[in-house]
Design a protein around this ligand. Structure first.
Ligand code: NAD
Ligand code: IPM
Ligand code: MN
Length: 361
């Protein structure tokens, strides 16, 4: 195929700043590979609340559904933090995940050697870390019924956590399939000592695991996994877990590799359709300053090229370009040891494209 439609949803805060650099990278890939990427912009999150009165306009969902893949920046910000649930930017993100059936969230945390010093942990602990969190993305407590009411002793709030066997099975299968292309080790993370949904999770993981005799399966409780992630992260290959545990553990895994500004992710539906976004948020504290790290979003473009568009060579090239720029010592503020030498978002994007145009020559 020579023509792809990409839905581009920059969102809020640093979203538009990092997205601009990612789209420029995609355009360069297109020019070099003889492929046309038609990027169509849509609104999601706070900007959509302000303009359309809803965090996920119908029009945006339609645009995403009709595209070959979706690129998303980030949503949220203090401006909307006091809004009721249905008028929060984050609700738009949850809505598009559910609306597109994106049940499998892949969040790789791979140490780039030249960044070992940017981690808050000792070099010997983090050098060589190469793990991936496979997070269930459309079930669990995020999507259970929410209630708020007055009880006899004040207000009461409820968030229901439900998992169906079929929902667990499909994400566990994704994890095993991913593991087969890696070190063939899956750690399924739950809280089976307390939660019923976790006991079902563990049972299904065991059953599905029997179909993958070549992959090693073990179970870890989430609290212990959080501890092991900082104690000895190299023990992990694939971590598979439910929605909220995956949210928390993937931020933690991100920091092993230096900065949340580096981590990309893919949210996949059945088949090859996917939404690609950085793991980090809209970073309101640095929005508009031109200092955000665009690499997580640029690396998300690489994931999109590989997983949704079958452009492996281009994906490798983008990752290589990022690696070379870091190798040469260029750093945005979040990963710089000497902040006075840090470069900005646009400069970083330009350096990646300079490298990329050499590589895809
Ligand atoms: P955050 O990830 O936005 O920021 C956490 C810290 O990391 C901040 O100090 C920020 O400056 C820094 N940071 C994040 N991305 C960076 C980058 N690319 N370059 C340099 N530094 C970076 O998390 P938060 O502050 O907890 O949340 C802010 C808002 O973002 C909230 O409204 C939250 O709901 C939303 N959020 C959205 C997403 C998403 O859209 N996928 C993810 C997480 C949080
Ligand atoms: C993420 C974010 C989202 C999540 C929020 C913004 C809804 O933290 O993508 O990790 O919790 O899934
Ligand atoms: Mn998160």
């Amino acid at each position: 195929k020579k023509n792809y439609r990409i839905a581009v949803l920059p969102g809020d805060g640093i979203g538009p700043e990092i997205m601009q650099e990612a789209v420029k990278v995609l355009t360069l890939v297109g020019e070099r590979e003889g492929v046309t990427f038609t990027c169509e912009e849509g609104r999601i999150g706070g900007i959509a609340i302000d303009t359309d009165g809803t965090p996920l306009p119908e029009e945006t969902l339609k645009l995403a559904k009709e595209a070959d893949a979706v690129l998303l920046g980030a949503v949220g910000g203090p401006k909307w933090d006091q809004n009721p649930g249905h008028l929060r930017p984050e609700t738009g993100l949850l809505g598009i995940r559910k609306g597109l059936g994106l049940f499998a969230n892949l969040r790789p945390a791979t140490m780039i050697n030249s960044l070992v010093d940017a981690s808050s942990l000792k070099p010997e602990v983090v050098s060589g870390v190469d793990l991936i969190v496979v997070r269930e993305l459309t079930g669990g407590i995020y999507f259970g019924e929410k209630k708020r009411y007055d009880g006899p002793n004040g207000e009461v709030a409820e968030d229901q956590c439900i998992y169906h066997e079929a929902e667990i099975e499909r994400i566990i299968r994704v994890a095993f399939d991913v593991a087969r292309k890696r070190q063939k080790r899956v750690v399924s993370v739950d809280k089976a000592n307390v939660l019923e949904s976790s006991r079902l999770w563990r049972k299904v993981a065991e059953r599905v695991g029997a179909d993958y005799p070549d992959v090693e399966l073990s179970h870890q409780l989430v609290d212990s996994c959080a501890m092991q992630l900082v104690r000895d992260p190299k023990q992990f290959d694939v971590i598979v877990t439910e929605n909220m545990f995956g949210d928390i553990l993937s931020d933690q895994a991100a920091m092993l590799t230096g900065s949340i500004g580096m981590l990309s992710s893919a949210s996949l539906a059945a088949g090859s359709f996917g939404l690609y976004e950085p793991v980090h948020g809209s970073a309101p504290d640095i929005a508009g300053k031109g200092i955000a790290n665009p690499l997580a979003t640029i690396l998300s473009v690489a994931m999109m090229l590989r997983l949704s568009l079958g452009m492996d060579k281009a994906a490798d090239a983008v990752e290589k370009a990022v690696g070379n720029v870091l190798e040469a010592g260029h750093r945005t503020g979040d990963i710089a040891s000497d902040r006075s030498k840090a470069i900005g978002t646009v400069e970083m994007g330009q350096l990646v494209r300079d490298e990329l145009s050499q590589i895809l020559n």
